[in-house]
Design a protein around this ligand. Structure first.
Ligand code: NBP
Length: 483
């Protein structure tokens, strides 16, 4: 039997993400979607469950390729890693120059760069595309971060625009940059997501312990916050989670869930890469570490067993919730500023022309970190793409300056009450580090020079210097020809 090439797009990998993305594609006018899965039962199941989609089902990879019109365009939605490579190999064997292979999974951007390099000589385009929004986003409209060549984007752009979330009338998709740029930005998105979730968790903890509020009352506080500058998907779902009552016990849902958070690794990737790029992303790192600490029950039990007297909880004054909101907002600004710094450094290192304003815009809808204040970030980078830090942009500078007293009160209250706030605390320290006239880094330089002759620079002269610590403690200049 010969298969007719009728589909303008195909999806390989029909677990939850691929199936939903395929349904989303099929629901948009003009798309005919071919579908294929390694285990054919999944393909049959999807096609049977959704006759309205008009899928072109392909049991074999040969049928799948034959069902695609040229340029053939296939989106891979399989488990990142070996699964992705297996499917890429199958497609590369059968595709022709000009055809497009899209990896829509959560690939490590370094793998995407390597895959693009490997595939480029064949004339086949390879585009790593970051897709955020989870299952529901895939079905109803995700935020999409495509990498790959500008040429492949000519074909991909309209298809991806048709399925993306829409924010203020604009589809949440933009060509982020070449090769791994899309997966890199998706990785940073996930890193920011970790920070945002941790900060919200700390706000909840403070309202519960110091504020003395029950989960349903905190849900009301979050719902209220969601009507103001903190409006975001994560705040919205937090209110819903806090309102949830466990059907079995009648207790608040949040009280019956084990307090050990896991992760799938993109937060770790973000921190590893930021370290490599020399970008301080303390907010993201603290969020990753906080999950790691939570998942050390033996260590937690060992310290609890010491029976050390816990400090008395501080009084929560009348403006406590308001203070927490301000601390949350300021810390969130820091987390996003750090994330964008990582994007800037990544773009520089890997040669990507990333438009920060466009990234902020496509994160306004569909993705997990969608939030009202991304509009402000987009505005800040549109006004001046070269600002040294988002904290310098007038809107954020004002917000953080106005919120800083509350921020300090909250971090102090938490410390005095024995409530861990690694997110709030590290964000405040980061802000204070940037704002300080002098940092103790001068002393650190002295120490480095003392034990390792690492040299230092002076405030009053050009050049590099070394003090003869084990000699007469005179100073020598180390950057001149005589040394
Ligand atoms: P999974 O990550 O659970 O992967 C299952 C799919 O991979 C199945 O279709 C499976 O085929 C296929 N597969 C595997 Br495993 N090994 C394969 C191989 N060697 N050759 C061919 N196919 C293979 O699916 P998912 O949860 O739908 O996620 C898909 C991608 O999307 C992943 O990269 C994931 O990280 C990413 N993701 C993104 C989000 C988001 O919010 N953006 C959320 C969740 C997942 P089988 O049916 O034959 O076993």
């Amino acid at each position: 039997m010969t298969t007719r090439a009728t589909a303008n797009i195909g999806v390989v990998g029909l677990a939850v993400m691929g199936a939903n993305l395929a349904r989303n594609l099929a629901s948009r006018e003009g798309n005919t979607v071919a579908v294929h899965n390694r285990t054919p039962a999944r393909t049959a199941e999807l096609v049977a469950a959704h006759p309205e989609a008009g899928f072109v089902a392909a049991e074999s990879i040969d049928d799948f390729v034959a069902s695609l019109a040229r340029p053939r365009t296939a989106i891979i939605m399989v488990q990142a890693g070996a699964g992705t490579d297996a499917v890429i190999d199958q497609l590369v064997e059968r595709f022709e120059p000009g055809d497009i292979i899209v990896d829509g999974g959560n690939a490590n951007f370094q793998d995407t760069i390597a895959r693009e390099r490997r595939i480029a000589p064949t004339g086949i385009h390879f585009a790593g595309v970051g897709i955020s929004g989870g299952e529901e986003g895939a079905l109803k409209g995700p935020s999409i971060m495509p990498g790959g060549s500008a040429e492949s984007y000519e074909t991909l752009g309209p298809i991806l625009s048709s399925i993306a979330a829409v924010a203020d009338g604009e589809p949440c998709v933009t060509h982020v940059g070449t090769d791994g740029a899309g997966h890199f930005v998706k990785m940073i998105h996930n890193g920011i997501e970790y920070a945002d979730m941790q900060l919200i968790g700390e706000a909840y903890d403070l309202l519960r312990t110091v504020g003395g509020l029950e989960p349903h009352a905190i849900a009301d506080v979050f719902a209220q916050w969601n009507k103001g500058p903190l409006e975001s998907y994560l705040i919205e779902i937090t209110a819903e989670i806090l309102r949830q009552v466990d059907p079995g016990t009648g207790k608040p849902f949040v009280d019956v869930v084990l307090d050990q958070a896991g992760s799938k690794g993109t937060g770790v990737w973000t921190v590893q890469n930021a370290l490599d790029l020399g970008v301080p992303v303390g907010g993201i790192a603290e969020a990753v570490f906080a999950r790691a600490v939570s998942s050390k029950p033996d260590q937690r039990a060992a310290v609890r067993r010491l029976g050390i007297a816990r400090p008395a909880l501080q009084e929560a004054g009348p403006g406590f919730a308001e203070d927490v909101a301000k601390a949350l907002y300021a810390s969130k600004v820091v987390a996003y500023a750090q994330g964008f710094d990582a994007i800037i450094a990544g773009a520089e290192r890997y040669g990507w022309d990333i438009h920060k304003d466009r990234v902020a815009r496509i994160w306004r809808g569909g993705c997990i970190i969608r939030a009202r204040f991304l509009d402000r970030i987009a505005e800040a980078y549109t006004e001046d793409p070269n600002i040294a830090t988002l904290l310098e942009a007038p809107y954020f500078a004002r917000a953080v300056t106005e919120g800083q007293d509350a921020w300090r009160r909250i971090v102090a209250t938490a410390a005095r009450s024995g409530i861990p706030v690694p997110g709030f605390g590290s964000a405040l320290s980061y802000y204070d580090s940037l704002a300080a006239d002098r940092l103790p880094a001068a002393l650190v330089q002295g120490q480095r020079d003392f034990f390792g002759a690492h040299t230092y620079r002076r405030t009053d002269q050009e050049g590099t210097f070394h003090t003869l610590w084990s000699g007469d403690r005179g100073e020598v200049r180390t950057d001149t020809a005589s040394h």
